[in-house]
Design a binder for this molecule. Structure first.
Ligand code: MN
Length: 203
């Protein structure tokens, strides 16, 4: 798989037709504490772009423009976390978004297995390795295994979206998915603001 590693921002002139698959890698699961290290992106063409943040400079004007471009839908798996992390470190709200985990929960009600690995295997017949998931993403020089793992998290999101859209259509739940996707940025900001646990919508 072709992987383009970029230092601190995307280059000029990349074309994203309508949608871009995105994932982030951080130092851990607490956005207040654990800094953003990588943003991985793919146009769904088999190539992954990886933006690495090494020196605390999150200005990244080209990436910023893409993440807030209203004409490009950002595809995530578990968007809630990535949106919160990007807001915490870049100060921008990523919109509009599509989340394959939310879509999977709406149509695959016969199972509670909605991890990216599960969806790739069951909807696409693709085996993903999760071996590098908990590695040190803050390292200045990333290993080729880390880069491959980081890239693999965005390479299948376009194909997953197509399958999940068919299933949302079949089950008549497209409107529920769209409502969730519109609410996701607010959900992420609520998480950062302290309304994560208990959830603001719980009794
Ligand atoms: Mn990832």
């Amino acid at each position: 798989m072709p992987i383009d590693l970029h230092d601190g921002d995307l280059p000029e002139g990349l074309v994203w037709n309508g949608s871009v698959a995105i994932d982030t890698e951080t130092m851990g699961l607490n956005p207040h504490r654990d800094r953003l290290c990588l943003v991985q992106l793919s146009a769904g063409d088999g190539t992954a772009h990886i933006v690495q943040f090494r020196n605390g400079d999150f200005r990244a004007p080209n990436l910023r423009r893409l993440l807030t471009d209203a004409s490009v839908t950002k595809l995530f798996h578990f968007a809630r976390f990535d949106i919160a992390t990007v807001y915490r470190y870049m100060g921008i709200v990523v919109e509009p978004v599509y989340c394959t985990k939310v879509a999977a929960r709406l149509v695959r009600t016969f199972t509670d297995r909605h991890g990216l690995k599960d969806l790739c295997k069951e909807l696409l017949g693709v085996e993903l390795s999760k071996q590098q998931q908990t590695s040190d993403w803050g390292a200045a020089e990333l290993s080729s295994e880390q880069l491959k793992y980081a890239a693999s998290d965005v390479l299948h999101l376009h194909a997953l979206r197509s399958r999940l859209d068919e299933l949302l259509e079949r089950e008549g739940r497209r409107h529920l998915a769209e409502g969730c996707f519109r609410f996701l940025p607010t959900r992420a900001l609520l998480d950062l603001g302290g309304w994560d646990d208990p959830d603001i919508l719980s009794h």
